[in-house]
Design a protein around this ligand. Sequence first.
Ligand SMILES: Cc1ncc(COP(=O)(O)O)c(C=O)c1O
Length: 489
Amino acid sequence: MIEKEIKDQILAKENLSKALEPNEDERKELLNKLETFCNNFIDQLENGKAYYENESPDRTKFAIDNQTYSFDHLLEIYTKEVLPHGVNPASGGHLGYIPGGGLFTSALGDYLAAISNEYAGIHFGSPGAVCMETELINWVKSIFGFPKTAIGNLSSGGSIANLIALNAARDSHEISSEKVKKSVIYLSKQVHHCIQKALRIIGLGESNIRYIALDEFHRMQSTDLEKKIAKDKMDGLNPYLIIASAGTTDTGAIDPLDEIANIAKANKMWFHVDAAYGGFFILCDSVKHKFKGIEKADSLVVDPHKGMFLPYGIGIVLVKDRSAMMHSNNYTANYMQDTFTNERIINPADVSPELTKHFRGLRMWLPLKLHGIQPFISCLEAKLLQTKYFLSLLKSHGFQTGIEPDLSVSYFWHEATNIENDLFNKQLMAFIHQDGRVFLSSSIINNKYVIRIAILSFRTKLNTIELGMEMILKARTKTLDFFKRSQNI
Ligand SMILES: Cc1ncc(COP(=O)(O)O)c(C=O)c1O
């Protein structure tokens, strides 16, 4: 009798939750709508804006209220409240910060990964998913000349990838809490701020941080590095970690990796390279030589959601010292006992803080297998050339530009007369943002307010650069007028 009651209740609840599994017709209808929506979105990118300087979205539209809405209505909310606000990272006109990408075929990989929901954390759960990710990591190792024995992980992005690598460095050098204050870490002021964040998160906030002098190309000066290490040793401190960049965020500079690698080796230190932005340019013959020495790094980070144009959500970390990588991350529990196998494949969950994670490999594997590697290389080569072209246009129109960049990030400013330079360029930036057809961001370099150009989107084309130039010239005219008027007042 009780069983009958329970069964009836179960069936009633199952009936009420039926909406969670749309039937085939319903699925087709939803997919058709989504397909039309996505096609329209992609088709309008070329003529749309890269930045919308407008009011915040109507937050009430996002509130969760236990009502049901049609898919059309929700797509309309997305169209009004999400898309036309802030930066449009899918646009080829996104030349600010470090642009993302959003390859269509990668999105298909995400869709397939989400539908099949393969468990990519542990080999036992999905040997196929874990093997696929392992092969991707092996490919990345081969690009950077890392040994087959190195291990890697697909993370959510560069910040977490750097965190994992720096954690391994700390564990490898056994920096226990008593040693933190005597330990020394060497980096440049140009490292991405996720490095400082990571150091704090892993308990190294109280270590000594030495900022190494930069040369005129914003690269770390290895002579200063050597000097500072020697002094710290003399002072009884424990220098153990050097963090270099292969493509800095501000200027795209590549530190002298080979020299730094040799210094690290001579001093028995861990050598980490953050190549989140610049790493994949190693595939381009024209700049490959600039990466010499990267193969000597103990750990390396590269971001496919930057240099491979994938949608946000994938970074890669490589570490040579297996036990260091495992030390903090490999932990077991009774409820995991079915997963203990003798497989020689590394479980992603044993080398990362994440246990359950999105099956990220598919979003990278699918485009690589569908398109091959060559289109990626050609696209990266195009970015280098587009940067050169943009800088040449800027110079010919009388702008000052940063030194010849190593990769595809540079900066410029207008040398103003009668007005303070920073004031002028801030106003110029404001007018550029107001226009929004091409999005640029600003920075402070050599104590000067500058406007950055970062070219990395696969959708940035020759005509995007020309449009950007036209937009900048228009904004400069407006800025000149603005100051003329304000001085007359
Ligand atoms: C050089 C560098 N390292 C790390 C990061 C952080 O990566 P993410 O934003 O994927 O966490 C960035 C982001 O732009 C970067 O340019």
